[in-house]
Design a protein around this ligand. Sequence first.
Ligand code: MG
Length: 290
Amino acid sequence: MCSTCGCNLTPGNRHLLEPPVKATRPGTSPESVLGGLLAANNRQAEANRARLDAHGILTINLMSSPGSGKTALLEATIRSMREELRIAVIEGDLETENDADRIRALGVSAHQITTGTACHLDAHLVAQGLDNLDLDAIDVLFVENVGNLVCPASFDLGHHRNVTLLSVTEGDDKPAKYPVMFRASDLMLITKVDLLVHLPEFSTNRAETFLRRLASDAPVLTLSARNGDGVAQWQDWLRRELDGYRALTHQKRTLTPRIQPDGARPHRAENPQVRFVPVPGASDARIQRR
Ligand code: MG
């Protein structure tokens, strides 16, 4: 979570700050207010997960940079598995219904959340999405998060698994540059591998090595939604996760995703050149480099 940009204020949780909470009140700070919002998010996430578990809906949070192929992955998954699984989608973007329209065109229910300025989804927004879906008619719910390799990793939505996409056009060192996101991944999916022939500088082995240096044992798969390479392995992962989830819910237990609740701390520790300094007179904190 960015501790300085106030990005954990979303249309779904803004009401938690009413009446307006002034950061200048004794004993409060912008970070303490935002920390309270994160705690409220976690409570809502637990409620979402209990609701999903009551309906037996495995829920997968897709995270990545913008343009890495999340919606294309969903289209390929729906086309190849719709006879086998009842799929629904919650889409997150700052604006437009474009992605939800692409999903609906395939005959699958999709609810679009537009966050306005917020760079991630949160549990309150996802709760509103659940209100708009027929929960008795879903086996697997995908949440396509806002394209962003930072903040979405810090928010529990009440889902069960995190999948992070890394497209080959982005460079193989993204796990090293964005450790908070990739530590939170239950699966790293390297996408657009049909383009590898044009991108000899991208090494899937190197991308996996960077992931392992984060002490992550998450599986790594490669996939091309365009030509279908790797889709069968992705389907196998989904089936295994669904089987495991159903076995757990049968025992009144559940799955929880890898969540890194204090994303700001490791970012700071690993990037000592960046110092967070409040600017006098400014309404928010600014980043000052030295
Ligand atoms: Mg998309």
